[in-house]
Ligand binder design. Sequence first.
Ligand SMILES: O=C1O[C@H](COP(=O)(O)O)[C@@H](O)[C@H](O)[C@H]1O
Length: 257
Amino acid sequence: MNIVNSDLQKLQCHAYASPIEASRALIARMNTQALKKTNGETYCVALSGGSTPDVLFRVWADQFSNSTPWSKFQFFWVDERCVPPSDEASNYGRFKLLLSDYVPQLEEDVNVFRIIGEASPEREALRYSKLVESRVPQIKVKDLNIPQFDMVLLGIGNEGHTSSIFPGQEHLLSVSSSYLPSIHPVTGVRRVAMTGHPMMKAKQTVFLVMGSAKAEILDRIINLKFDCPARRVMSQAFSPELIGDEKAMERIRISIS
Ligand SMILES: O=C1O[C@H](COP(=O)(O)O)[C@@H](O)[C@H](O)[C@H]1O
């Protein structure tokens, strides 16, 4: 399904009956694409955090751990809160708790590359940018070398943020660094965020939305054209997609052909 008559017409939308069905479809797609990598090439995925990917991680561990070609994957993060992995707010911590602790083939610094939330965000943004740029194939766009992930998996916050780029921080969408420090405007918690170019130049920029709690922000972004970081990425990405369950996507049906 595509949105018609809109700056979002490139956005592909896929609604599934449940979060589990949406997760299964997404994992199956990543596995198929990863299996096509040959000659030592790997499938580079950048994961988001918050609570939305929990179901994806659970389904991956429970239903796909034996069929996933783990050695073909490299996992990175879109963003991280400046807390240690043991903190329940840690984006990497959720992945470890729900997925990588159950999969012996997933090893930190081998095929799992976390943003170190307990480090200084300025230094970590620089270190992580260099790490990503050294491991993910780059494409040249004008005079910039941009890491091009096979898939960047994004979430949408209820006020329209994506990665850790909040409304009012849109300048982070057009900077040349791959990652920069950011800050939550309400809690003041510091973060490290993927910036606009790697999000938008990915081979696939996928927004994952699950549950009725996301229906309102999707309604605002898609039907009411609410200008926020998530909408800007949706409208400017090379290959944007919205994948979710029917509850999250129920209010946008009217805009979809
Ligand atoms: O703070 C964050 O929020 C967004 C959305 O999270 P959710 O809990 O509403 O799913 C997430 O995409 C991002 O990675 C995270 O740091």
